[in-house]
Design a binder for this molecule. Structure first.
Ligand SMILES: *Cc1c(COP(=O)(O)O)cnc(C)c1O
Length: 408
């Protein structure tokens, strides 16, 4: 059975789109966004989904999410105001940055954002001063050395200190509503979640004993992009998490903050080879997209992107791939096995939607890659294809009969 690896366009479409729009080009499938969101809804039916927009805040990703009724995880004044400007009510946002700026808190006040996380005493005073009506969640530190990117190194209160800090916040008159954790990015097993749920369950009980009844649990993000090289069963992972939620957190409102899972598989990059050279007996391929652009995920997200070429050869070489800028840091992959490439060859990079364009820069004057929406682009491409294939058929009467025979 073919694994569901998400949206990936075929060679014909890649070539037609590159011809029509030039490269580098990002192709976004809003259908795939819908599928990913619906998958989480299906396996975690009780969970309110807050899409962590830092993974990719493109409007064509936000639109279907808004339409489907999702909520959003934001971390700055900019993200709060972006959603506010496109009409998302503050009630649908959680300000999930445990260390908030003055500008961020002001944006909360002005846009009606009343959910936030905290992990220190200083934060309690800041919230009390600017947004005292907020429902606040304690951000708990849950160690997870297996995470792809472990965010627990920077944020979170240790379980031993959790209750004390929650009681302090309560004493200051704040509405301590629950606990949030983030197991770390690209988590491919239920275990870190189950471990975090164990810790949280204990703290819920301890809190209740002191008269603090918690009502919200936020299980964070970290849900993995299902890349084919990774061998795991995502529905099974979600089933295990969901079963534990039912067992240990009945009657508690559950939230989650997926980022990469929602957008990762929904974008393809088309990039071209713009230069070829050889060093130390190995080919070097220069692409028109680099580390300062969509491939910024190599650096910031330690992500290893797949490169698909459409060269019709079995020959393979070990090559270095770099970007177009004049900085020698701008090298994405070394020792990458690939078909030999030439200038103007095209590469397709699937699963390119998370922590890619979001952290791209225009360093050295290279513009950010343009986006097209697949569901619209497809319609524009269709007439050209039909004309092409009919022309091909017209010179071949047998094929013509077969073609129209197939239509009837
Ligand atoms: C980045 C982040 C997320 C999203 O993480 P993913 O690995 O993309 O799912 C969720 N919550 C918080 C608090 C984050 O910082």
């Amino acid at each position: 059975m073919r694994k569901n690896i998400g949206f990936q366009i075929g060679q014909d479409a890649v070539e037609a789109l590159a011809k029509a729009h030039g490269t580098p080009l990002l192709i976004l499938s809003s259908k795939q966004i819908e599928k990913n969101y619906q998958c989480l809804r299906k396996y975690l039916p009780r969970v309110r989904i807050f899409y962590a927009i830092k993974a990719n805040p493109h409007p064509e990703i936000l639109k279907p999410m808004i339409r489907m009724g999702a909520s959003f995880d934001v971390a700055s004044d900019g993200e709060i105001r972006l959603l506010n400007e496109i009409g998302v009510a503050g009630e649908r946002l959680i300000y999930a940055n445990p260390v908030k700026t003055g500008g961020g808190l002001k944006a909360c006040r002005e846009c009606g954002v009343g959910k936030m996380t905290f992990d220190s005493v200083t934060e309690i005073y800041k919230i009390k001063e600017t947004c005292p009506e907020s429902a606040i969640l304690l951000r708990l530190c849950v160690d997870n050395s297996s995470a792809h990117v472990d965010l627990n190194k920077k944020f979170g209160v240790s379980p031993e200190n959790a209750l004390k800090l929650m009681l302090k916040a309560k004493e200051e008159g704040l509405d301590v509503a629950g606990i949030a954790f983030h197991v770390g990015s690209q988590t491919t097993s239920a275990d870190p979640y189950l471990h975090a749920l164990d810790l949280t369950r204990k703290i819920f009980e301890e809190a209740e004993e002191t008269g603090l009844k918690l009502r919200i649990l936020d299980i964070g993000g970290g849900f993995p992009i299902p890349e084919p090289s990774m061998n795991f069963n995502f529905p099974e992972m979600l089933r295990q998490i969901n079963a534990r939620l039912d067992e240990d957190f009945a009657g508690v409102e559950i939230w989650a903050e997926p980022g990469r899972y929602i957008c990762g598989t929904s974008v393809n990059l088309i990039t071209s080879v713009i230069g070829v050279t050889e060093r130390g007996g190995q080919p070097w391929y220069f692409l028109d997209e680099g580390l300062y652009g969509t491939f910024s995920g190599v650096l910031f997200d330690q992500w290893d992107f797949r490169l698909i070429s459409f060269k019709n050869t079995k020959e393979r070489v070990s090559a270095t791939f770099c970007g177009p800028s004049c900085d020698s840091l701008d090298i994405m992959f070394r020792g990458r096995i690939t078909a030999p490439l030439e200038v103007n060859d095209i590469l397709l990079v699937p699963a390119c939607g998370a922590y890619t364009s979001a952290s791209a820069t225009t360093f050295n004057g290279f513009g950010k890659a343009e986006f097209v929406v697949w569901e619209q682009a497809k319609k524009e491409l269709l007439p050209a294809w039909v004309i092409d294939s009919l022309t091909a058929l017209a010179v071949n009467p047998t094929a013509m009969i077969l073609f129209f025979g197939a239509l009837i």
